[in-house]
Design a protein. Structure first.
Lengths: 202, 202
DNA sequence: ACCGTACGGTACGAGGCGGTACCGTACACG
DNA sequence: CGTGTACGGTACCGCCTCGTACCGTACGGT
């Protein structure tokens, strides 16, 4: 039943993995525990199935003709997905360390999908000459998801669309265009970085 | 007892908040549950105290004389802290949504501390003329923690020091020097970004 | 030598939850 | 109309874990 999976995701969103109970899920759907255990062998399997179901229609592919268009579209997509899934992920991050299937689902269903989409956009941009040939795609693709998830998960706040777009225009795009070269007259090799409460007088 | 707090953190690291039990903690310390409950009113209070204790000696302040030196020192600090605390945070992210004191501890003890240190480094750099006057510090300070935590928490991998330094040299520093202006001949205002499987031919 | 305090140990209560077993029933199919 | 399958409901088992109560004891101050 589709409804069981989506409701599982709702409960997950509210309570996290450990506090989610099968009883709570079935009570919202007018189903019975027996029905759940007829279809999935365990709570863990149910949750994994619910997550896979939620990210299964993710890999949006777009080709707007410009890198900026592609990145903005990807950002909108990311922000939408986070609105749906940020709390879910918060509730799964810890369990993922113990549950190999869950870790795989998150990696393949969410992270790899985003990476592939971004990699395609950068590849096309490179062919068009929009970005530096040596742009470090392996780092670039991570920045937007990292900052957005940092804001959602660690700081507990949502990211408005306008700010997401600024992240594209003022961070990702400039970096992609500049490539790896350090952009300005480099400071001399830094003095040996003394750490922790080290005023120069010491 | 200091030992109770550090051991609590150890257990937290291994099992996460929900699966942490007082019995497990005291069994490792040769203490008794009574001792715990004499000192802290609940499991939740113990865990919050353990986390606060762990981040209490955090706010490293350094002034190496150059922005690059400051940022590299901050990055080393961040990587060290993540080595200690990544699993702990994974085990607390979900609980933080329900536990206001925990959320405060994480915000004030970890995030704000890092932000202040970074803000100081950028302010000094601006006075020295090392960076653009309009550099967006509010975004810049987040990038390093965001990417590092993304790698630890979402991708489940550690970040080698060399890669952290590249993040400083090829991402944060160039952005700070360039400021907000878009770095290269802007692409024309993008064609209306059509989303989701939209080849130009459609 | 006395006493109070804090300790480790442990037994216990109470509630919660995963998972199973067994109802009676509704509905599709032939 | 007969049959079987899947369902909702529910009682139950076993286990876990928070938190409390009550031991006997070690130890430091006076």
């Amino acid at each position: 039943m589709d409804e069981l999976l989506t409701t599982t995701l709702d409960v997950l969103k509210e309570t996290g993995y450990e506090r989610l109970t099968i009883d709570e899920v079935v009570s919202r759907v007018h189903a019975s525990k027996a029905t759940v255990y007829r279809r999935w062998p365990s709570k863990s399997a149910l949750v994994v199935a619910a997550f896979v179901h939620a990210v299964s229609h993710l890999p949006a592919e777009y080709d707007t003709g410009s890198l900026r268009g592609d990145l903005l579209a990807g950002m909108d997509d990311l922000l939408n997905e986070m609105e749906r899934l940020a709390d879910v992920m918060a509730g799964l991050i810890d369990e993922k360390r113990r549950n190999e299937e869950l870790a795989t689902a998150l990696r393949e269903g969410f992270l790899d999908a985003r990476k592939q989409v971004a990699a395609g956009a950068f590849a096309r941009a490179r062919e068009r000459g929009e970005i530096a040939p040596d742009a470090d795609v392996e780092v670039l693709w991570q920045i937007a998801p990292a900052v957005v998830m940092f804001r959602w998960l660690m700081m507990g706040e949502s990211v408005p669309r306008e700010e997401g777009h600024r992240l594209v225009d003022e961070v990702v795009l400039p970096l992609a265009r500049a490539g790896r070269r350090v952009s300005a007259p480099a400071t001399p090799p830094p003095p040996p970085p003394r750490r922790r409460h080290a005023p120069p007088s010491s």
